[in-house]
Design a binder for this molecule. Structure first.
Ligand SMILES: Nc1ncnc2c1ncn2[C@@H]1O[C@H](COP(=O)(O)OP(=O)(O)O)[C@@H](O)[C@H]1O
Ligand SMILES: Cc1cn([C@H]2C[C@H](O)[C@@H](COP(=O)(O)OP(=O)(O)O)O2)c(=O)[nH]c1=O
Length: 213
């Protein structure tokens, strides 16, 4: 039987560099011969991309917090069964931009719904499939938001435009999750250069892949 693959997630505030660095990591691992699937949440497949559009649409100012949490969980479920789980079962490395910790930090912590409540609906959505390793890109939210704002043509979504206080709560939520799950969540200082952050992330992931291979 083929070995189970490896499930990596990237987490952190907006503009932390998750997409930039994880794309580079994915390319590096592919060059080394690993079979890598890059994907993202909310989205990654058609149904979940449609749910993403509903959640992030700036016109939906009336969206209530629990509705938002349930939509993220629904998008997660479909993405997991259609794309993530089959790839893991086929022995691939899956790198997913955001996963359950985003819901715990944004909806559970920053929106104030409660981490346990969000954990419960997400357990219903994902069962036992937790990431093998999560890279937390830690950064002052003001620095991350400034990086995003520097790109005038990047459209801001319904979550980007939340207050700085909201984004600070998100960061606090993430750091408390890292304390709670020290084996799984690796905190990386994302304020350094792309090259330095990539080097750190590569070291962490490569050491894990060497253990399982
Ligand atoms: N380490 C870094 N230093 C400076 N700018 C960065 C760094 N990492 C990413 N950026 C830039 O910041 C912006 C947001 O990066 P991105 O990877 O999209 O972040 P995220 O996916 O975490 O929201 C992009 O314009 C990117 O080029
Ligand atoms: C997956 C997930 C994302 N989000 C938020 C985080 C982001 O603000 C937004 C996704 O937008 P996106 O543009 O993908 O953000 P980023 O580039 O920073 O990853 O959705 C949640 O609030 N809960 C979740 O469970």
């Amino acid at each position: 039987m083929q070995k189970r693959g490896y499930f990596i997630t990237s987490e952190g505030p907006e503009g932390a560099g998750k997409t930039t660095v994880m794309n580079l990591l994915g390319d590096k691992l592919k060059e080394e011969g690993y079979d890598v699937v890059m994907t993202r949440e909310p989205g990654g497949i058609m149904i979940s991309e449609k749910i993403r559009n509903i959640i992030l649409d700036n016109e939906h100012i009336m969206m209530e917090s629990r509705t938002e949490a349930l939509l993220y969980a629904a998008a997660r479920r479909q993405h997991l069964v259609e794309k993530v789980q089959p790839a893991i079962d086929a022995g691939k490395i899956v790198i997913c931009d955001r996963f359950i910790d985003s819901s715990l930090a944004y909806q559970g912590f920053a929106r104030g719904i409660g981490v346990q409540e969000i954990l419960a609906i997400n357990k219903f959505a994902i069962g036992d499939t937790m990431p093998d390793k999560t890279i937390l890109f830690d950064i002052e939210p003001s620095v991350g938001l400034a990086r995003i704002n520097a790109h005038k043509n990047r459209e801001k979504n319904r979550l980007d435009v939340e207050s700085l206080m909201f984004h600070e709560k998100v960061r606090e939520g993430y750091l408390s999750l890292a304390d709670q799950y020290p084996e799984r969540i690796e905190v990386i200082d994302a304020s350094c250069s792309v090259e330095t952050v990539l080097e750190e992330v590569y070291k962490v992931i490569k050491s894990q892949l060497e253990i399982i291979r």
